[in-house]
Design a protein around this ligand. Sequence first.
Ligand code: MRU
Length: 334
Amino acid sequence: MRTIEWREGTVITIDQNRLPHETVLLEIKTCREMAEAIREMKLRGAPLIGVAAAYGLALTAYHSRARTREELISELEADAEMLRKTRPTAVNLFWAIERVLERARSTYGDVEAVAKAVIEEANRMADEDVEANRAIGRHGAALVKDGDTILTHCNAGALATVDYGTALSVVRFAKEEGKNIRVIATETRPKLQGARLTVYELMRDNIPVTLITDNMVGYVMAQGLVDLVVVGADRIVRDAVINKIGTYSIAVLAKEHGIPFYVAAPTSTLDLEKTAKDVVIEERSPDEVTTIAGVRIAPEGVRVLNPAFDITPMRYVTAIITDRGVFPPDKIEV
Ligand code: MRU
């Protein structure tokens, strides 16, 4: 199954907060429920939240009782505003919302014609995501040699996209090409996407994976246990890559140890008109830091910082792998 699917007025996805212990399928029926699911990270990962937002608007269109085209477009615009407020950092969310609104606004005819176009656009974006990830995998696999160990951070896998993943698509294609590869996955505090999701995905696919805590990266690199790093991205701006908190530290360590640091992302993650100073870094609840799996680990009342993403300047990035190819960071083709 794909991570997200449209079934006639319902969106089916997996509750990622419950993985790996429980596989719970969610049936999302309204755009409001979709916005909640994105905010609470039941579904997460930049490409996936983009497609999820598009499907949120498809739900609005499908269930709308609007009598005119204009009324439906107003409803879509109101729900788009609700979706924009869910998570600020991944550009895919905003890109997807604009693309669906643009499709609605440029469709003439009755309400049904606009609704049909919106649903079609969301489905097309889901299909395109799968194709983009397969292309990323093909281009990226050429950078991986037989016997390599790839370190990855967070979850840039099938669960963060519609299918295949971005960084993990590179891993999957390298394996498919018959290369004997291994993965080191960082646990990714505070939400543990590495330990819970990346490890789960790779073990399910029989790809050898070793889990480490985030603070072990320097040690394993110094021991010569890492050949290359491949991570995903939430937004790629002109001067930096914005990705899960901890990415910057890994990139600096990779440079220190002469290890290539690659970023894999579809073109929908590119925001090259902007620079890092234009990007809002999401700050999440202190509870994510003061607890682990619901158990409190820090004294009540402690002051906490919880930025969900960090900024890696391009000088640390060896190359960007997109669906169009592999590019030096200052020469990305859109
Ligand atoms: O907070 P999350 O889990 O949505 O963050 C996800 C990441 O940072 C991923 O690395 C990124 O979205 C790329 S996913 C293909």
